[in-house]
Ligand binder design. Structure first.
Ligand code: MLT
Length: 223
């Protein structure tokens, strides 16, 4: 029985103990902790998956922070919720022995927006993020140092919610902070397509998994 870490969540242990990454799965508005588990498995079959449910309810729909209107965020709440989520990730890492793993956030829509908030407010918590249909969470007068972070933005060319301008602003902001930023453009709108997942999977293996040192191998006993 998982300890109460302040969130309703799912945890799926890594397929092999050597797997260097843990995926932090962050659903969109109206989703829950189950939504992105199949996507996490598809992106990195051996990774541990940590998938919390957003604690804010909007007309009964879970979200990760409050908004005033479509596309207008309650920035104070967003920052408060990002700190709360960072605390959850640290406690879960301790509870499941994941302190030496690289945490990569995988967020869709509202989940991508809280993931950007986490990157900007807790620059050492995540090694990177896959942001599906992201927006700028808030502006900052001083950007953190994100040189160790790899970020993929996957945006829809015709997305009426997370517009291409929002993608470009966020990509510029993260690049200015030093992050290694890649952008994938999907031909449709806000919904995810198979192509988004393929792009994310190959980005993850090229930019994160292959860039990590090989796992330490235990010498055979007797040597
Ligand atoms: C948000 O509120 O985070 C964005 O508008 C995306 C959404 O959840 O619709």
């Amino acid at each position: 029985m998982p300890r109460d870490l302040g969130f309703i969540y799912e945890f799926v242990p890594a397929g092999t103990p050597d797997t260097p990454v843990t995926l932090l799965l962050l659903h969109g508005t109206g989703g829950n902790e189950q939504d992105l588990l199949p996507i996490g498995k598809e992106l990195c079959p051996d990774a541990a998956l940590l998938s919390p449910r957003g604690k804010v309810l909007e007309n009964g729909m879970p979200r990760f922070f409050r908004r005033v209107a479509e596309g207008v965020f309650d920035e104070e709440d967003l920052k408060f919720r990002a700190h709360e989520l960072a605390e959850f990730v640290r406690s879960a890492a301790q509870q499941y022995g994941l302190q030496d793993k690289k945490f990569i956030a995988v967020g869709y829509s509202n989940g991508a927006n809280i993931a950007s908030g986490l990157l900007l407010l807790h620059p050492h918590l995540l090694s990177g993020a896959i942001l599906f249909r992201p927006m700028v969470p808030f502006t900052m007068s001083f950007l953190p140092d994100l040189k160790q972070a790899h970020v993929l933005l996957a945006s829809g060319k015709g997305d009426p919610i997370a517009s291409p301008e929002q993608n470009q602003k966020l990509a510029a902001m993260l690049s200015m902070a030093g992050a290694d930023v890649s952008v994938y453009w999907h031909d449709g709108g806000h919904e995810l397509g198979r192509d988004d997942l393929q792009a994310a999977r190959s980005w993850l293996s090229q930019n994160v998994l292959n860039a990590l040192p090989p796992p330490r191998t235990t010498p055979p006993s007797g040597q």
